[in-house]
Design a protein around this ligand. Structure first.
Ligand code: PMP
Length: 448
């Protein structure tokens, strides 16, 4: 049966959407980005209906959050049931079953050997802040290393580690002292102008060969924070040896290796965590975004010995809210019972189709990713690889007009981060619309 959506029946934004957008612009902070004028009325699976009845195919999932699709019946049922029992008691001070059950599920699932502990937050940034505190508290060391292009969030702690766009940091400093950034393993634009693998993955040795030669001793570094696949920075997949070398360095010097799986985790890459694609065992894992299918929840998972801080050292009023914990338990059931496998299968179909588009359209410089975390890097010229910055936003806007929801990332990348429940038909449709948009764009470019 053919898909009944996308279906666009009004101009975009429609009449009701316009009214809401007008009020929003009058009363909300001007820092909100608002990529395009989508005003959601309801969602179901990969379908988003706006307030004027237009239906869209969602391949951005609320920035990679709705991993089970919009309002999955099992997730909704879990939230409804819990909301009739109690909404809050505070997991920092008291007990409830879903708090303990979710901690157990995450601890058992995390690819870290031995006993583990879990701390719950309300968001990704908060989980990052928790891990900064944890790393300093456990190691009693001052320094933290992060990567250029990284996005770890926007609280004062997390933004100190973020290095994704100048606008996110400008005029907010000074930041947390003791944070240093080094280049990431971005082979398409190698920060050292080297070629894989004759480079011998020099980028992964930069900490040891540069920072630790000139700035600090490795024994002063508390932690390295790394996204296994950079998300907001442009869906960048580093070579496997990149993470393996970081692991080797951190092991030698008892530095905590913290993997930020906030965007890449929860089955998105076809494995529970993206770092599992690199055969690396981390010390600390950060989850948020998809963890509770859209309810605010973050989690920090670490070896028990790293999280042996005293009662009262760290806490949260809302972290591990009972509705969010129940939603996360339902989400875990769904990803374990098929969605993770679907992400792998649909991811390879999507990748194969997008790679074919690369042969067709010179605007595409690179197609990369794992599972359903796929990025298409747009360029102005195949030889110079000049980033097509403006184009990525224009293309997302044009896709929206045709009923496909996409979101740019990095300077010039279109990300494909749909729900993990996406079907082959939905993949076909998304690529068809994307191809149409690219085709129109290239024809326009040629006629200029
Ligand atoms: N880390 C990563 C890898 C992220 O992608 C994000 C959000 N884009 C964050 C941290 C911050 O999460 P939040 O917006 O929930 O604070």
């Amino acid at each position: 049966m053919a898909l009944s959506y996308p279906k666009i029946k009004t101009e975009l934004p429609g009449k009701r959407a316009k009214e809401i957008i007008e009020k929003d612009s009058q009363y909300t902070s001007s820092s909100y980005i608002k990529e395009y004028p989508l005003v959601i009325g309801r969602g179901e699976g990969a379908m988003v209906e706006d307030v004027d009845g237009n239906q869209f195919l969602d391949f951005m999932a609320g920035i990679a959050v709705n991993i089970t699709g919009h309002s999955h019946p099992k997730v909704v049922e879990a939230i409804k049931k819990q909301s009739e029992k109690f909404l809050h008691i505070c997991g920092t001070d008291f007990y409830y079953a879903s708090f303990a059950n979710l901690a157990e599920r995450l601890a058992k699932r995390a690819p870290i050997a031995g006993e583990k502990s879990v701390f719950f937050n309300n968001s990704g940034s908060e989980a990052v802040d928790t891990a900064i505190k944890l790393a300093r508290h456990y190691t009693r060391r001052p320094f933290i290393i992060a990567f250029f292009g990284a996005f770890h969030g926007r609280t004062m702690g997390a933004i100190s580690l973020t290095s994704s766009k100048p606008s996110q940091r400008s005029f907010f400093g000074p930041f947390l002292p003791g944070v240093y950034h080094v280049p990431y393993g971005y082979c398409y634009r190698c920060p050292y102008n080297l070629e894989y693998d004759s480079c011998r993955i020099y980028c992964a040795e930069a900490i040891e060969k540069t920072l630790c030669k000139s700035h600090m001793s490795p024994e002063e570094i508390a932690a390295i924070f790394v996204e296994p696949i950079q998300g907001e920075g442009g869906y960048i997949v580093p070579p496997i040896e990149f993470h393996q070398k970081l692991r080797d360095f951190t092991r030698r010097h008892n530095i905590l290796l913290v993997v930020d799986e906030i965007q890449s985790g929860m089955g998105r890459t076809g494995k529970f965590l993206a770092i599992e694609n690199f055969n690396v065992e981390p010390d600390v894992i950060l989850l948020a975004k998809g963890l509770a299918s859209g309810l605010p929840l973050g989690a920090v998972i670490s070896k028990k010995k790293f999280m042996s801080w005293k009662a009262g050292t760290h806490g949260s009023t809302f972290g591990g809210n009972p509705l969010a914990c129940e939603a996360a338990l339902a989400t875990l059931d769904l990803i374990e019972k098929g969605l993770m496998m679907n992400a792998l299968n649909m991811g390879s179909l999507l990748m194969e189709k997008l790679k074919k588009l690369k042969e067709q359209y010179s605007l595409i410089g690179d197609v990369r990713g794992r599972g359903l975390m796929v990025g298409v890097e747009l360029i102005k010229d195949r030889k110079t690889r000049e980033p097509a910055r403006q184009e990525s936003h224009e293309i997302a806007m044009q896709a929206f007009q045709k009923g496909l929801l996409l979101l740019p990332c990095g300077e010039n990348v279109i990300r494909f981060s749909p729900s993990l429940a996406i079907s082959a038909q939905e993949v076909d449709m998304a690529v068809e619309i994307f191809s149409e948009v690219l085709g129109q764009y290239e024809r326009k470019r040629e006629s200029r």
